[in-house]
Each structure stands twice: as C-alpha cells, then as structure tokens.
Design a protein around this ligand. Structure first.
Ligand SMILES: [Zn+2]
Length: 103
C-alpha cells in the first residue's frame, strides 16, 4: 500500500505510525518534494483487514488477528463503521498537529 502525491507525482514516504491499542491504526506519509502529509486512519475492523492482507506499514507487518467476526461483518457492510462521528476522512487531532509542527 503506497500513497502518491498527485501534484508532485512522487511516492510519499512513511513517516509515523500509531497503534493506540484499541484496534485502530493511524499512519502518516509525507511527500519528500513538497512536504505534504497525509494520514491513514482505520477502525478496528479495517485494521484487521489490512493485517489479513499482510500489508506492511512502515516496514512492520501488523500482527495478525482472528478474522472470523470480520468476515461476517464484511458481507453485510456497515454504515456506522466510524462511530466517532468524524466522518470517513482521516484527520490528526489538534494536539497531534501542533506537536508535529514543533521541531
Ligand atoms: Zn508533493
């Protein structure tokens, strides 16, 4: 899984990964040319799906987890997969953004 900076046509480089421990996953990628940063945020179900694909993020494979429940949920789909109300777009918290701006 890679991210591409459309404007620069450059592959973005992995910068930071966070595993809060509640099953969610956050990963940041930065464009080496313009410095633009994008973040990937998955809910627990998506984190397991990513792990099931053997996808490496930041050079480390996510620990595999039981997927029986996930398979059952995927077939039906869920509209409320993101229950935090922030919508489908990944976003860093204000605290995280401010922290990242400080050298
Ligand atoms: Zn760029």
């Amino acid at each position: 899984m890679k991210f591409l900076c459309v404007e620069c046509d450059r592959q973005m480089q992995f910068e930071e990964r966070q595993l809060p421990g509640d099953g969610t996953l956050a990963a940041a990628f930065r464009c080496p040319t313009c410095g633009r940063v994008v973040a990937l945020l998955t809910n627990p179900m998506e984190t397991q799906l990513v792990a099931s694909l053997g996808v490496k993020i930041g050079g480390t494979t996510i620990d595999s987890q039981p997927l029986e429940t996930v398979r059952g949920m995927v077939t039906t789909g869920r509209d409320d997969a993101f229950e935090d109300g922030k919508g489908p777009l990944p976003a860093w918290s204000r605290e995280a953004q401010e922290r990242r701006l400080v050298p």
